[in-house]
Design a protein around this ligand. Structure first.
Ligand code: HAM
Length: 418
């Protein structure tokens, strides 16, 4: 018997409602902040990822699904969404549009990781990228957007961690300090961190092994090593966030697993951790990435969230998925003559853009109403002999059971009033 590949999941019909719910909330928040959807290919030239994510990172070193296509080209299944968006920004001349260009995506992401709860080899991300503006107010707006998105899902118990990792001018001095610090404690480092020390020093701060965790608590703090410009930028981000009343925690150990970040980095963490890889979302500024891909220097910032991890949180916190404002209507009937009127009426409602349920194959009105209840509709329209005789329809409030007759020509007015 074949099984789904290790580290992948089937999203069965019963789970679909969580995914649709998150996608709807994502589209809503993007409309609110004027982000437009973009879709890029599932695979790209491998070089795109090696160059931007960084050759010393775990993703590039051991997690990419890379293959040679039949033409001999090295291709990689997308291990993250930011680099492809920047590639598309350049390829389609989006620097000619008003800046920043705000884009969002919902995409499958592939990483050959060690599977565990909430960590898969194929997962879904919702991500946004705002390209072409370096102002700290944009950082704050993007972080606020992430915060609002999580609020809109009904999730509680999450915290925003914030840090600045400086720019290419001030970071080398900080890395030097970190290396000095860690070289005094090499014996306490886990084997991974020992080998990371030269290649990817920042990541030492983020290791979850107990002895490394302890060391990182007293490691030199990046904020103290920022150049005056980065310091000012970080101060402004924090100031704007306070103005917007977005709660956050500064976290000097927050670094990210991709090399392209500059200045602001942030993560959305659940308050109760379920394992080492618990972030619900993360992002930051990447002011050098577009230039790295051959464009003009172009500041940018974005974030992505793990849709599958959010589904887990929604279930754990027993969040009731709030219905979309359009709950739908049910059209029922009693008797053959009424059935024809109900069919015509349902079609007219749908022509007017309404979500309409019906169950024309069920004989009894009682069983139709039972189905309307199961579907959770707010109102049911009922046609019977009386209604046909005097050109009306019965309008039943499914919650209270109250019902009253309305003239057919008044139905749309009634619906418009809500
Ligand atoms: P990332 O932190 O690598 O960032 O991934 C974003 C989110 O995807 C994580 O916070 C997590 O919720 C989810 N995630 C990551 N790996 C897995 C996995 N193996 N299984 C389940 N969920 C996972 C990025 O990918 C950046 N491109 C984000 C970004 C956008 N930065 C700027 N713009």
């Amino acid at each position: 018997m074949y099984k789904a590949p290790r580290g992948t999941i089937d999203i069965l019909p019963a789970e679909q409602k969580y995914y649709r719910y998150i996608e709807e909330k994502a589209a809503d928040i993007c409309r609110l902040y004027s982000y437009e959807r973009i879709d890029t290919p599932v695979f790209e030239d491998s070089g795109l990822f090696v160059r931007t994510i960084g050759s010393g990172t775990d993703i590039v070193e051991k997690e990419m699904y890379t293959f040679e296509d039949r033409g001999g080209q090295s291709m990689t299944l997308r291990p993250e969404g930011t680099a492809p968006i920047c590639r598309a920004y350049l390829e389609h001349g989006m620097h000619n549009l008003p800046q920043p260009v705000r884009l969002y995506y919902l995409a499958s992401i592939f990483r050959y990781e060690r599977p565990q709860k909430g960590r898969y080899r194929q997962h879904q991300q919702f991500g946004v990228e705002a390209i072409g503006d370096g102002d700290a107010a944009l950082d704050a707006e993007v972080i606020e957007m992430a915060w609002r998105f999580f609020k809109s899902l009904g999730l509680r118990k999450f915290v925003i961690h914030l840090n600045s990792i400086g720019c290419r001018d001030c970071r080398p001095a900080y890395l030097e300090k970190l290396r000095d610090y860690y070289s005094e404690h090499v014996d306490k480092l886990c084997p991974d961190c020992k080998s990371r020390m030269k290649r990817n020093t920042l990541r030492l701060l983020d290791c979850k092994q107990p002895s490394c965790l302890e060391l990182s608590q007293s490691a030199p703090q990046g904020e103290r090593c920022l150049c005056p410009e980065c310091k000012q930028h970080f101060t402004n981000v924090a100031r704007y966030l306070r103005l917007m009343k977005v709660p956050f925690q500064k976290d000097h150990r927050l670094v990210r697993g991709l090399d392209y970040y500059t200045r602001t980095v942030f993560e959305v963490q659940p308050k109760v951790e379920w394992g080492a890889q618990s972030a619900l979302g993360g992002g930051g500024r990447y002011d050098g990435l577009i230039e790295e891909l051959g464009g003009k220097p172009t500041p940018a910032i974005g974030f992505a969230v793990g849709v599958d991890r959010i589904v887990m949180s929604l279930k754990e916190q027993r969040i009731r998925l709030s219905e979309s404002p359009l709950r739908g209507l049910f059209v029922a009937y009693a008797g053959d003559e009424a059935k024809a009127a109900a069919v015509r009426f349902a079609a007219e409602l749908r022509r007017n853009g309404l979500l309409v349920y019906s169950s024309f194959g069920r004989g009894s009105l009682k069983s139709q109403l039972r189905q309307a209840n199961t579907l959770g509709v707010e109102y049911t329209f009922i046609f019977g002999e009386d209604e046909i005789a005097n050109s009306t329809v019965t309008y039943r409030d499914m919650e209270t059971g109250e019902q009253w007759q309305v003239a057919l020509e008044e139905v749309f007015e009634l619906l418009a009033e809500g």
